[in-house]
Design a protein around this ligand. Structure first.
Ligand SMILES: Cc1cc2nc3c(=O)[nH]c(=O)nc-3n(C[C@H](O)[C@H](O)[C@H](O)COP(=O)(O)O)c2cc1C
Length: 254
């Protein structure tokens, strides 16, 4: 019997795969749930008496800047946390060290870490349709081991790889395009964009200075009006596909 008052899920998931994995882990815990979706949640919060699952995707071998900012406002009280770092079959770079260090500094006690692989949100052929059944099976095995660890009261420090100073962010040379013939100006994209990069009075445009190409707008658009395209995009996609066709597997740290 686990002695937590509830399960809190904290995640940032512009194209939905990180959230899917967090939900898969959450299934193993019969606790009331609370969601903190970092696409919109931007408040101070202290977690007590609860188990927390934190899911974050990798952007440029780092954790997204916005996640870093919003997660910095979330504190634990030696609160037990399961960490999911999700990446698009290229590399997780320094993001794992960055995420775990941030959480430890904020007084979370990390009890398990998974680096999982999902379809790349820029280049859908990389990691296509992942997480697949194989991935989910491994994630479920990991979740069962965490339950056992908690039931047996096992506490140990978890060490992960990564280097400091962390690698630099590299902004992609492509941006999001909008097909004006398809766009109905419903404004779903403008309301959901976590960077406010889509002007309310001109939603077919994207402020390239603000846009991080996170892909939230593409995924929220019911008319499929938004996409990545253009020669720069096509050339980066070709390079990325050549260099990352080999399947990478999840890693687990317990
Ligand atoms: C701006 C940006 C940068 C990314 N950088 C990396 C990277 O460095 N390595 C990698 O393997 N995947 C990278 N990805 C892919 C995402 O980590 C991956 O698609 C993840 O599954 C997205 O999670 P989500 O579906 O929850 O949004 C990047 C995606 C974006 C949007």
């Amino acid at each position: 019997m686990l002695k937590f008052k509830k399960l809190s899920k904290v995640y940032f998931s512009p194209s939905g795969t990180t959230e899917k994995i967090v939900n898969e882990v959450a299934k193993h815990f019969n606790l009331n749930r609370e969601n903190y979706n970092l696409l919109s949640f931007d408040e101070e919060k202290t977690f007590t008496d609860e188990l927390v699952i934190i899911g974050v995707p990798v952007f440029d071998g780092r954790i997204p800047k916005l996640v870093c900012k919003r997660l910095s406002k979330m504190k634990g009280t030696n609160t037990k946390a399961i960490v999911i770092l999700n990446y698009g079959n290229i590399s997780y770079g320094d993001a794992l060290l960055e995420l775990t260090e941030l959480l430890k500094e904020n007084n979370f006690q990390i009890i398990g870490v998974a680096t999982t692989v999902s379809q790349h949100s820029h280049f859908s052929e990389i990691g296509h349709n992942r997480p697949d059944n194989d991935d989910l099976e491994k994630i479920n095995e990991f979740s069962k081991k965490i339950v056992e660890k908690l039931e047996n009261g096992i506490e140990n420090e978890i060490f992960v790889s990564g280097y400091k100073p962390y690698q630099d962010y590299v902004k992609p040379s492509f941006s999001v395009s909008c097909d004006e013939d398809l766009c109905t100006e419903c404004l779903d994209c403008a309301y959901t964009c976590p960077e406010d990069a889509i002007p309310m009075d001109s939603p077919t445009q994207t402020d390239r200075g603000l846009c991080t190409t996170c892909s939230t707008c593409i995924n929220v658009c019911s008319e499929a009006a938004r996409s990545f395209e253009g020669p720069e995009y096509n050339s980066q996609m070709r390079d990325a596909m050549i260099n990352n066709f080999e399947r990478k597997e999840a890693e687990f740290f317990l």
